[in-house]
Design a protein around this ligand. Structure first.
Ligand SMILES: [Zn+2]
Ligand SMILES: [Zn+2]
Length: 225
């Protein structure tokens, strides 16, 4: 999608347009019933999926704007590759307009983007979740408190139990900022959620610091756990 005229819709190429035109946003970002604890799609009328009923996640709630599928997977790839503020604004609007997400942002004391490892940050030059957090939450976006302490291997293709083991202790809270977090409500923001192992490990670090309530918010959720 690189090189397209900025005023063309990235999906249907209609123009003049936003990055994604209203018709494509309406077509591809229909709100779907999702489990309130893990954001997997559930049948209409179900609030919590069977897996979360048996083993509730560490975070209190989880919300996703869209499925990790066409056209959002391509758009996310473009955003991660180029890191431009235009996409951050468009995607932040998409997240904010998802039912229940705006009230969760309003109720949060701060919005913490999931940090990249130092190595990944050097390679990419920016953290796409931090760009998104700034667009979404302005002064509530906090990129200094949650730290990634370990460089972890690529997690793709690994089963969830293995991912959780690899990520245990991968996050920490900046010691000088820990006291301020106690009793707070935070939104933990990531771009994509697959098994939830990353969000689980980050939540663990926040819980150990005394954070009262963690809502995980992701742009895109893969369909299966
Ligand atoms: Zn369009
Ligand atoms: Zn669930």
């Amino acid at each position: 999608m690189a090189g397209r005229v900025p005023s063309q819709c990235a999906v249907c190429h209609a123009w003049p347009s936003q990055r994604v035109c209203d018709a494509c946003a309406a077509r591809f970002a229909q709100p779907a019933p999702r489990c309130q604890r893990c954001a997997l799609r559930v049948p209409e009328g179900t609030t919590v999926c069977g897996a979360c009923t048996l083993h509730p996640p560490l975070f209190d709630a989880c919300m996703a704007a869209v499925d990790y599928a066409y056209p959002w997977a391509d758009i996310l790839g473009d955003f991660k590759f180029r890191g431009d503020a235009g996409w951050a604004g468009t995607l932040a609007t998409l997240v904010r307009s998802t039912p229940r997400i705006e009230p969760a942002l309003d109720a949060a004391d701060r919005v913490l983007p999931v940090p990249l490892s130092a190595q990944r940050l050097r390679e990419r030059g920016f953290n796409q979740s931090a760009l998104l957090a700034r667009q979404l939450a302005g002064p509530k976006a906090d990129t200094h408190t949650l730290l990634r302490t370990a460089t972890t291997q690529s997690q793709s293709g690994l089963p969830r139990a293995q991912r959780l083991r690899n990520l245990h202790g991968a996050f920490a809270v900046e010691p000088g900022r820990a006291a301020a977090l106690r009793g707070q409500h935070v939104v933990l923001l990531d771009d994509v959620m697959t098994t939830g192992a990353t969000l689980h490990a980050a939540t663990q670090a926040l819980r150990e610091t005394g954070v009262a309530h963690v809502t995980a918010v992701v742009l895109a959720r893969t369909g299966t756990d």
